[in-house]
Design a protein around this ligand. Structure first.
Ligand SMILES: [Cu+2]
Length: 424
């Protein structure tokens, strides 16, 4: 337990003791003055009643302050930059209006009644057992409103997930791990190559399965495994033993899995990853405007959540579970910068699920550009096969040195070597 935690527990315990002691002091005072223990005076009751009235105005003040500060000025989020986003925004506005009406109507009744009918010594209570019509009204109206909201939300959810989006889609993967994003494009064959977590290594951060990565991974595992076995044979201390055994078991499992890929000999299947393009963490995702983008999400370690607020996209990334979402960006980064009059504006993907200590910093930049700009960018990217072969680690943001020299920004499409066919 850290010092801060101990201090926190101590302060909480002392506060609790103080409150209990204060209560017994007030109890003693009451007894001295000849009142019943914990008796509340009329004066105290009036103060409570006034505080109820205050709460009404305090709540209203907060409501209108935030309403005018953020909602009416559109400061919460800029206009949706995706096709389906407009529907989500309408849904949100409708929900917000209904909630606001309910809040503004119910609050005065709630707090005024608490104020008006506070305890008074000589007041007589009026016994009103029930009123069927009133019960019906306040049961049926909220039920109808909530059901309509739910059905409206379901309809929009259905629309978004079932509508066939026109245009040729770009398939890509968002890869989450503590605490960074990486991305992968399907490449010329428009299919993402196979992956497995046992294939992850320094050179293969996303665990791609290709004939080359299988061989290289087998060498790596066997080397590590013989090191661990040697250490186990050399009479380790009782402290070292459990960790070494754990490592051995893990490597045995990994060896079994990777040898399995090798034995299956599904060469054609494992060739799909060759043309994939990997954007390592620290890099940027580029997507063309007005083209459907199919995002497939994957997580290496814990549950993360891909949150692209400007496109109204939000989807969990769960280890061992495939999730995906298709959306169409409609506003380029440049247009959005101009619209917001903010040169520093960037589209970002955030993690929206607290996943550990550096969760807050887990983000990646997304550049939405014209189809031509996108194709020009794509031509400069290295395929996974080349990146893996060239010993250029696929974990660095910049392309391999040899490659960047050839495809400098001045060297536009025709001059640049055709590493990747256009995704068209
Ligand atoms: Cu995360």
């Amino acid at each position: 337990m850290s010092l801060i935690t101990i201090l926190f527990v101590l302060v909480s315990a002392l506060t609790l003791v103080t409150v209990v002691k204060l209560l017994s002091v007030s109890n003693l005072v009451n007894r001295v003055r000849g009142r019943k223990p914990y008796e509340i005076t009329e004066g105290e009751n009036n103060i409570n009643a006034l505080m109820c009235l205050f709460m009404l105005f305090f709540g209203y003040a907060i409501y209108f302050y935030f309403h005018f500060k953020y909602v009416t000025t559109g400061q919460l989020l800029p206009a949706s930059a995706s096709l389906h986003g407009e529907e989500i925004d309408t849904l949100q506005t409708v929900s917000f209006v209904i909630i606001s009406i309910a809040y503004l109507l119910v609050q005065p009744v709630l707090w005024y009644f608490a104020f008006r009918y506070r305890y008074r010594k000589n007041a007589k209570a009026f016994h009103y057992s029930h009123n069927n019509r009133l019960e019906m009204v306040w049961t049926i109206i909220p039920a109808l409103v909530f059901c309509s909201l739910i059905f409206y939300g379901l309809k929009i959810w259905n629309d978004i997930f079932s509508t066939e989006i026109e245009g040729e889609k770009i398939t890509m993967e968002l890869y989450a791990k503590q605490f960074e994003w990486a991305a992968r494009y399907a490449g010329a064959d428009k299919e993402l190559g196979d992956v497995n977590y046992t294939m992850v290594s320094d050179k293969n951060a996303l665990g791609m399965i290709t004939p080359e990565t299988i061989d290289s991974q087998l060498v790596l595992i066997n080397r590590k495994r013989s090191e661990v076995l040697a250490a186990l044979a050399a009479f380790p201390t009782p402290e070292e033993l459990p960790e070494l055994e754990k490592q051995r078991d893990r490597l045995n499992h990994q060896l079994k899995m990777v040898s399995g890929f090798k034995k299956k000999n599904e060469t054609a299947k494992y060739l799909k990853g060759h043309d994939d393009i990997i954007i390592p963490s620290g890099g940027e995702i580029h997507i063309p405007v007005n083209r459907p983008i199919e995002l497939k999400m994957r997580s290496q370690d814990v549950i993360h959540s891909a949150y692209l607020p400007h496109f109204r996209v939000h989807m969990y990334c769960v280890p061992g579970l495939a999730t995906s979402f298709t959306f169409v960006p409609t506003i380029t980064s440049q247009e959005m910068k101009a619209k917001l009059n903010n040169e520093k504006f960037d589209y970002l993907v955030y993690c929206n699920n607290i996943c550990g200590s550096a969760h807050f910093n887990m983000q990646m930049k997304i550049v939405v550009e014209t189809e031509e700009q996108y194709n020009r960018w794509l031509e400069k990217q290295q395929t996974f096969a080349l990146a893996f072969k060239g010993e250029a680690p696929a974990t660095k943001a910049s392309p391999a040195p040899a490659d960047s020299a050839k495809t400098d920004s001045a060297a536009v499409p025709a001059a640049a070597p055709k590493k990747v066919a256009k995704l068209k």
